[in-house]
Design a binder for this molecule. Sequence first.
Ligand code: HSE
Length: 436
Amino acid sequence: MFPSSTLDAVQATVKIGLLGCGHVGGALVAILQHDADTIAAQTGVRLEVARVAVRSMSKERTVPIPASLLTHDAASVVADPDIDVVVEVIGGIEPARTLILDAVKAGKPVVTANKELIANVGQELFDAAAEAGVDLLFEAAVGGGIPLIRPLRESLAGERIRRVTGIVNGTTNYILTRMAEEGADYAEALAEAQQLGYAERDPTADVEGFDAGAKAAILASIAFGGRVVAGDVYREGISDITAADIAYAGRLGYVVKLVAIAEHVADDDVAVRVHPAMVPSTHPLASVRDSFNAVFIEGESVGELMLYGRGAGGMPSASAVLGDLIDAAHNLRAGSVGRPLHLRPVHLRSIDDLSSAYYLDLEVADRPGVLATVAGVMGAHGVSIKSMEQEGAGSGARIVFVTHEARERDVQACISELRALDVVSRVGTLLRVLGS
Ligand code: HSE
């Protein structure tokens, strides 16, 4: 542990055990190799990467790391009495979970960038850290380099947050931007995102909203102090969005974005969801292009604010890890610890009970009375039409509706009934409309 004689030194060295040395771990090493003196001068804490656990000892790395620091044995790094702080950038649930629990039980603060772990078993880790009286910090787990967790936990600690709306997945934002700006269809834009290294070969986690769902769970937990895990989040992806939907949204003054929304509905009721939505082009989130991320926060006293930046990538994420490391090292040196995170149980409001305006696209027969039939079904379900436009004619006729605010349960019942009508050949995209 930390020798007390060193604690008194002006620039006490804090020894880091780094678990994982991929994009984020390698970037952290590179920053510290370059900036350790500046950081020491600015913060009074000298950070030294003392041991690095890696999967492959022979892999070529972007930063030179002395072979003497490398090991296969992550558990031995955690247990090493010379290691003061553990940084976990392996990802996934195991062995990361066990390594972190072992570190905090040994009284060592932990900094992690592990979204999956925090979104699924965060509670267990927070409890263990609180019991051991050590810091467990995870700024890089959501939004890469964008400070989100600390502003929500500290700057906005007393704020009654109403809603957090985020563009928290860079891959899907890149795809939707290409579709909107170049008229590309989904498959073309996805292929481009894969070529650029944004999307994985199997893009499911990004395009079907799993990645954003895990981030939404973490944001909801922190914003509302409640227990929300990834599996609690309602989720739809972007793979069914067509170039025609995006073009139509554009003509109406909207852009289509994959949004993660964590909302305080009432008392202990929160609603957390990820789905594509039409965002008014005047909304600050509409200007978030390419692979950038942003989180728009609405609070009772603070009003509206937005945090914007690089939501992924080695260097931006390493920047967030570094901020946490300096905090943890500083606390360790001072013999203190940050405020523990206690999450209370919350009730999750089903999407069925939420209300929104909707965009609905139908392929219909083009003959007298069809519109009246469709409008009749909508009216019977309490879904009020705000605007309607027909595109095409004959067998290619399409009617696009924007509704007034309606309850999801009613809209879904309405769609089931529309689907069964002879005059409706296809029910296309249903998009929720933000800010109405
Ligand atoms: N794949 C994510 C994205 C980054 O595209 O934003 C990691 O969470």
